[in-house]
Design a protein around this ligand. Sequence first.
Ligand code: MG
Length: 298
Amino acid sequence: MNSSSAAKTILFLLVIAFIGLVFFTSTSDISRTRVDQPSFSEFMAKVDAGDIKEVIMYLSANSYELQGEYKNPANRRFQLTIAKEEAPGVTSALRDKAVQIKIKDAHGSDWIMLLLPYLPLILIVGFSFFLFRVMKTNPSRTVTGIGYDLHRLAEGRKLIVGGIELPFDKGPVGHSDGDVLAHALCDGLLGAAGLGDIGTHFPDTDPQWKGANSLLFLEHAKKLLADKNFAIEHIDAVVITEKPKLGPHFPKMREALAKALGVSADKIHLKAKTNEGVDAIGRGEAIAAHVVATLSSR
Ligand code: MG
């Protein structure tokens, strides 16, 4: 998972957590605040006892709905409907007891109150839309690159493959350390990111790269990829040489390459082949490598 998809996953989880919190809060409020439907006489008894300090009166054509919260007991609401004819008497009795009365039109523009029960649903739809837009406008992109390299083998040179020196009587001829695997890998990575090739960034005419450790090229490639917001997802490589056997050295090679690239060794897969005695590689005169690198954009 690259940092982009990780960020989206975190965002998604935060949204889920927020929605859960909204649900929890709303259901908690509902369960905490009970709504009584007292009879008219029970309501008036509460008024007489001083347990009601404010009443909202919703007016409609034939009846009035009274709503409010008891002063005692706390967190308990009431709701009852009275006939329109009873309203003057009730209003007068409430005023006598210094109860505040707020008049509202039941069919008026109190839309916020009407929408309040649907708030969680509105939030879910809103955040889903937001998430959809984020994912749509910032899609993850996968790209691949291929890399190839071959070096002649000569006596008296160190054989370095994948950043590891192998015991052998021959080594690659080259300006740098001649690490075919690192070079092919570098080309694969740069090609996938559209950043040219190894020769563009490390020309073999530049004396500073004479005898250079090729892992430096990979470290530089890593920075170039990061600047372009690419993340390494997968590397698959084949190294072809008649001798020596490479398989036993693969764990150390993967470790060295992974360290240079700042990725887990799990993302690097190496395979060894011979050339069945055919051609220059088969005669032990050369070593070659092929690499396919897969990147994702953030
Ligand atoms: Mg090379």
